[in-house]
Every structure is written in structure tokens, then in C-alpha cells.
Design a protein around this ligand. Structure first.
Ligand SMILES: Nc1nc2c(ncn2[C@@H]2O[C@H](COP(=O)(O)OP(=O)(O)OP(=O)(O)O)[C@@H](O)[C@H]2O)c(=O)[nH]1
Ligand SMILES: [Mg+2]
Length: 282
């Protein structure tokens, strides 16, 4: 399949490429396409990228060329949190609560911020218990939001909080009611940033479906969790075709607070070209 594509895509280039360069250009384009395809990048998108890369003159390695196309908080020198009031949304089980725990630990312990934890995931007693235990260990307050109209009083009670992190219940694939209640929570909370958490081991079609359903909310950032649980990062990269907002964080394991890093394009480009997704510093 690949060789057929390579032949068709690069056949015409032979006409205007010096004979001595043909071999290396073709092999490199072939390898890049193959790596993108192996990583699970949407094939049409992979073809488009390789063609554009060739048109750019191949003056830098592909991984470097693609970096500016991967919008990440670390590269923009932007605050990855995106403000004071943060809201996390995403499908069930992707790691939202774990991200909240990691961010709370990093910001409270390392950056000495007054952190307030909120959760609107009131139905799952075990989930609230888990977050409450963690909040106690960190010595930060946790408030459970039972009604959307309690946001105003809770926020004014904790007006001294430098950072407010709101955890929400997971969104099942087919529950439109949940999206409506999430919207009501958003409107009452009025967050500065909405981070959509996507797990790297999700299927591309499911990611697109989640993005489409949850796009009724003003998603400002994407967090990619469970980088350690896959070797194909292409579906995540293809998300840029559907949602134009930066990656804020990557998570690389279950260990809080260690397994979280601010997203960088260099890291992601490396993963896309066959790197491994465990902790960056190991
Ligand atoms: N391997 C790995 N596991 C993770 C990572 N982040 C979270 N997990 C695990 O994924 C499972 C689900 O994590 P949660 O944080 O409860 O996920 P959630 O999105 O809050 O789930 P719901 O509230 O049920 O929607 C837990 O077992 C976590 O330890 C990660 O980066 N890597
Ligand atoms: Mg949770």
C-alpha cells in the first residue's frame, strides 16, 4: 500500500528533480509517510503533510518542520493552565480526576499557590472520597458542587484562592443530557479555561465524536493523558483538523504529581516519529 502511494505521489517529482537527489528524497518521503501511517495519522492528512513538506524543500528534518504545526503551551510561553478558574471535561475514565490531583499537587506544593478543588461529580461517592482524601493530604480545600447555583457562594467563600480546579463527571459517548448539564455548570462557573482531556489510547473516530459533542463548550486547551499506554500518537495529531486549540499538558502515568508535563511540540513530534511515551526525563 505504501509503495503504491509513494510511487503515485512522487512520480511527477522525478521530472524536475536532479537525478542524484531522486533516491534520497523518495526514500525520506516514503519513510516519513510510513511513520505517520504507522503512528495512526489519518492517511489523507499524512499524504497532505508529506506533500507540503516536500514542497517546502526539505531544508530541515521533518520532525522540526512539523513542530510549528503542533500548538503547545510550552512553546507559546503561555500559562498552560490558561487562567485562575479551570474546568476539566472529557469522556469517562480518561484521567480527569488524576490530572486535577497532579495539578493541585504541583501548584500547591511546588508553586505555593492557594489551590481550591471543586468537583461536580457528586453521584459517585467513591470518586468524591478519593478526591477528598487527596485534598486532605495536600492540605487544600475541596468543595462538592451539588447545585449549579452554589458556585457563586462557594467562589466568594474562597475568594483568596489563586487557582480553582473544577473536576466534572465523565461524559459517556451517547448521553446528550450530560452535555446539557455540563453546559449549565460551565455557565454558572464561568471558567477562564476549559481543558478537554483525551486519552491517547482512544480510537480516532471516538476522539472526533467526543470533540464534536463537547464543542458546544468553549474548549480552550486539550490535555492528552496516558501517553504511556500507546505507541501510536497519530490520532491525537489528527485532532488538530477538528479543534484548533493548544495542547496544555501530557500525562505519562498514574503517579501524582510526577507523571504530568507541560505539552511541548518537540516532545510530540518525537512521539509522532516513533518516540516512546513514558516520562520525558527517564
Ligand atoms: N497509565 C496511565 N494511567 C492513568 C493516567 N492518568 C490516569 N490514569 C488512570 O486511569 C484511571 C482513571 O483515572 P481517573 O482520573 O479516575 O479518570 P476520570 O476521567 O476522572 O474518570 P471518571 O471520573 O470516571 O470519568 C485510573 O486508574 C488512573 O490511575 C496516565 O497518564 N497513565
Ligand atoms: Mg473522575
Amino acid at each position: 500500500m505504501f509503495s503504491l502511494f509513494v510511487w503515485e505521489a512522487f512520480r511527477d517529482s522525478k521530472k524536475d528533480t536532479k537525478a542524484s537527489n531522486i533516491q534520497s528524497v523518495e526514500i525520506s518521503a516514503y519513510e516519513i509517510y510510513q511513520k505517520l501511517a504507522m503512528a495512526g495519522v489519518d492517511l489523507g492528512y499524512a499524504r497532505e503533510l508529506v506533500t507540503k513538506y516536500r514542497e517546502s524543500g526539505n531544508s530541515v528534518p521533518f520532525a522540526k518542520w512539523i513542530e510549528p504545526k503542533i500548538r503547545c503551551s510550552a512553546d507559546a510561553m503561555a500559562d498552560p493552565l490558561g487562567g485562575r478558574k479551570i474546568m476539566l471535561i472529557g469522556p469517562t475514565g480518561v484521567g480527569k480526576t488524576t490530572v486535577i490531583e497532579k495539578l493541585a499537587a504541583v501548584e500547591a506544593l511546588w508553586n505555593h499557590k492557594n489551590v481550591l478543588l471543586l468537583t461536580s461529580d457528586k453521584y459517585r461517592i467513591a470518586a468524591v472520597y478519593q478526591l477528598r482524601t487527596y485534598a486532605k493530604i495536600l492540605g487544600v480545600p475541596l468543595e462538592v458542587i451539588f447545585e449549579v447555583n452554589s458556585f457563586a457562594s462557594v467562589l466568594s467563600e474562597h475568594a483568596d484562592a489563586d487557582l480553582v480546579l473544577l473536576d466534572t463527571a465523565g461524559q459517556g459517548q451517547k448521553e446528550s443530557k450530560n452535555v446539557e448539564s455540563l453546559q449549565a455548570i460551565h455557565d454558572a462557573y464561568k471558567p477562564d479555561a476549559v481543558h478537554l482531556v483525551i486519552a491517547t489510547n482512544m480510537k480516532y473516530r471516538d476522539i472526533v465524536d467526543v470533540v464534536e459533542r463537547l464543542s458546544v463548550l468553549p474548549i480552550s486547551h486539550m490535555i492528552f493523558s496516558k501517553l504511556d499506554e500507546t505507541v501510536s500518537y497519530g490520532p491525537l495529531f489528527s485532532v488538530f483538523q477538528h479543534l484548533d486549540c493548544p495542547f496544555s499538558y501530557f500525562t505519562t502515568g498514574q503517579d501524582a504529581p510526577n507523571d504530568i508535563e507541560v505539552a511541548s511540540a518537540e516532545r510530540f513530534a518525537n512521539l509522532l516519529m516513533g518516540g516512546v511515551g513514558g516520562r520525558a526525563r527517564e
